[in-house]
Structure formats: C-alpha cells, structure tokens
Design a protein around this ligand. Sequence first.
Ligand SMILES: CC(C)(COP(=O)(O)OP(=O)(O)OC[C@H]1O[C@@H](n2cnc3c(N)ncnc32)[C@H](O)[C@@H]1OP(=O)(O)O)[C@@H](O)C(=O)NCCC(=O)NCCS
Length: 156
Amino acid sequence: MSEVLVFRQLTPSDCALLESELPTPNDVDYCAKIERQTPGGYGFYGLFTGAKLIGVCQVRRQGPKDPRALKLATCPEIGNLYIVPAKRNRGYARIMLQRIEAVLRAEGYEQAGLAAEQTNTVALKLYAKQGYDRAGTIGKKIPNGSVDRDYFVKTL
Ligand SMILES: CC(C)(COP(=O)(O)OP(=O)(O)OC[C@H]1O[C@@H](n2cnc3c(N)ncnc32)[C@H](O)[C@@H]1OP(=O)(O)O)[C@@H](O)C(=O)NCCC(=O)NCCS
C-alpha cells in the first residue's frame, strides 16, 4: 500500500511533536512560531504520514525579513525547509516544496523566493532542479551564520 502524505498548516496541538522531532538551534521556539501564524502573513507547515512528522517548512508571504534579500525579491519567502534525518534522500523535500508552492499559487502569488547557504549542496541541487533561479548573494545569516547565502526566485 502506498503511504498517504498530508501537508498541512501546523497547530498548537503539534507543538510537543515538533519539540521532540526537530533540532532547536538558538533555542528556537516552535510553539511560538505556530502561534505567530497569520492569514496572509507567516505560515508554518508540516508534512506527515499518519501521525509521524516527515518535515516542516515555513512561508513569509510578506517577503523576506533580511533587507539584503528584500533588495532581490519582495515575493513570499519559503524557509526553514527541514526533513527529519531518518526520512532524507527519499524525495520528501521535493514533495514538500511542491506542496507549499501549490498553496502560494492557489492564493494568487506568482513567485516564491528562498535562501540557501553556498555550501548546502543538497539544498542547492534541489532548488535548481525545482526551477529556482539564482538572484544574487545575500551574505551570512544574522546574528551567527558562518557561510554566505545565495538567494533564489522561482516563477510559480
Ligand atoms: C536539504 C533537505 C531539506 C533535503 O531533504 P531530502 O528530503 O533529503 O531531499 P530530497 O530527497 O527531496 O532530495 C533532493 C535532491 O537531493 C539529492 N540528495 C538528497 N540527499 C542527498 C545526499 N545526502 N547526498 C547527495 N544527494 C542527496 C536527492 O537525490 C535529490 O536529487 P535528485 O532529484 O537528483 O534525485 C534535508 O537534507 C534537510 O532537512 N537538511 C537539513 C536542513 C537544511 O539544510 N535545509 C535547507 C535549508 S536551505
């Protein structure tokens, strides 16, 4: 039987699951991220098989927060794409990217942007293959990034 995948917006009831399955660099507060969602603004989504979390991603419909990225693109920004280690290299990131793009397209958006560190070869390959074009370089993530990032834009 093929597995049934569900891609949906996260809710406060997902809080404990995220805290057990996701890493917490810089003490990221996943419950606060869930609470901070607004219609037409920030959204936080998960890909599931049954009750199991496969991965998450977020979207800032208002565009990038980083002014260096804003100079390159003002369209919604996809970010925090993350697949749990046990599920990697099976095409789930590609599926999740396609699902979040479909959400934005259905809302009437014509473009999406995202950033990737220049050393993240898996992410760079994924984005290129999914039709993202490099718009420029935006430097390191503030406050504690160590690698320069490139910014990419796709026409949805
Ligand atoms: C980057 C990440 C989201 C990719 O997720 P994934 O589900 O493993 O990716 P996919 O299986 O959809 O694979 C995408 C492409 O990368 C390739 N790939 C995936 N893992 C790979 C690996 N370890 N080595 C080489 N290639 C790999 C796949 O073969 C695929 O290419 P293909 O379409 O030519 O076959 C995941 O590795 C991750 O969560 N990393 C940590 C967080 C991160 O870096 N996020 C991105 C921020 S920009």
